[in-house]
Design a protein around this ligand. Structure first.
Ligand code: BMA
Length: 349
């Protein structure tokens, strides 16, 4: 099987996007959304000016070659304030265009916390005192929302996908309606542990539909962790890419290395979902297709050993994959779409 594993070629100039230039992106830039249209790559970065508090906004960059990006706007194009809380944090955007309108799904924490990296695993984080917030973590869960734009530059908050009661992130819209409805991948974390009513005990990828992007059907689990490299959780990574054989989705798998140190490793896998009924998984990669190997994927200012893809576009048969590294910077890798599809074909369910 390993013989046929498609090769993701890292760009020699990685990490291609690094922190700096503006105060609001001084500390980190990572986990970007990417769209490609008429020869222009538009990238939306998750940025923060500091880790204390770790308050994130979304910046916008453009490029003609997909490697050398310049800021299109000097200020963030989407901020916590625009999502309803000046003390909050907007995170991990994914952007798709459906019927001429751009939709950005994002994760949102109402009150940004402060993070203290440990160098070995998930940082220690503390709730911060803000007016109107008593520090109760149950009132500061990460929920997911949608912003819309007609021109890729001016964004407005549109609606929520999940409630304040549940941690639900990695919400990713399909790039077209399915059976007349919007469809989204999501990763609700409440329905896990001892609650088996949703058919999953480890955070899994689930699917919901909506006719208006406001009211969503109850999420249905579609992909569960199965392999050792997914034993902590899995979640959707990049917006589904339409292929003849099905929706190609890259997802992330998290493995526990040492629970006492919160030491984990984030890797990337791929799956293929049925075009008409994406709850049907047609194929899945038994092994990761990208994992931390290079220095910039193993060490950063926030967390070690993380590749976290959030954007993928296909240009002339080549997949251009953009991924956050160690929540610090942005890297790029490319692979041939045919190679990925042939590999998944060997790994049909
Ligand atoms: C996840 C998310 C991602 C992040 C990853 C690694 O839970 O917060 O945004 O890249 O952890 O820290």
């Amino acid at each position: 099987m390993l013989r046929n594993r498609p090769k993701f070629k890292r760009h020699p100039e990685n990490p291609i996007i690094r922190p700096g230039k503006y105060p609001w992106r001084q500390a980190v830039t990572f986990n970007p959304a990417v769209v490609y249209e008429e020869g222009v790559y538009t990238l939306y970065e998750r940025t923060a000016g500091s880790l204390t508090p770790f308050q994130c906004s979304i910046g916008m960059l453009e490029s003609r070659d997909g490697v050398h990006f310049e800021h299109a706007v000097d200020e963030p194009v989407f901020t916590p304030d625009m999502a309803g809380s000046e003390f909050g944090s907007v995170q991990d955007p994914r952007v798709v265009r459906i019927e001429g309108i751009y939709y950005m799904t994002f994760a949102f924490r109402p009150f940004a916390w402060s993070s203290y990296p440990t160098g070995v695993g998930v940082p220690r984080s503390e709730q911060v005192d803000y007016p109107g917030f008593d520090g109760d973590p149950s009132k500061n869960q990460t929920r997911s929302g949608i912003a819309v734009s007609r021109d890729r530059r001016l964004w407005n908050f549109h609606s929520w996908v999940s409630s304040t009661e549940i941690d639900d992130r990695n919400v990713i819209l399909f790039p077209e309606k399915i059976g007349g409805r919007f469809a989204a991948l999501r990763r609700p974390q409440g329905f896990v542990g001892t609650d088996t009513s949703h058919g999953t005990t480890i955070p899994s990828i689930q699917l919901s539909y909506s006719t208006d992007l406001r009211v969503w059907t109850e999420p249905v689990p579609i992909l569960h962790p199965e392999f050792a490299w997914e034993d902590n959780r899995i979640g959707g990574s990049t917006p589904p890419l339409r292929t003849e054989a099905g929706w190609l989705v890259f997802y992330h798998g998290v493995q526990n290395l040492d629970a006492s140190l919160k030491r984990v490793v984030y890797r990337m896998g791929a799956c293929l979902l049925d075009l008409e009924d994406p709850t049907r998984v047609l194929a899945r990669s038994p092994e990761p297709l990208l994992e931390p190997e290079e220095y910039y994927e193993c060490f950063g200012v926030y967390i070690p050993k993380v590749v976290f893809p959030t954007g993928a576009v296909v240009v002339d048969g080549t997949i251009h994959l953009y991924y956050g590294v160690c929540d610090t910077a942005i890297a790029k890798a490319t692979a041939e779409l045919d190679a990925v599809m042939n590999y998944l074909d060997l790994n049909r369910a």
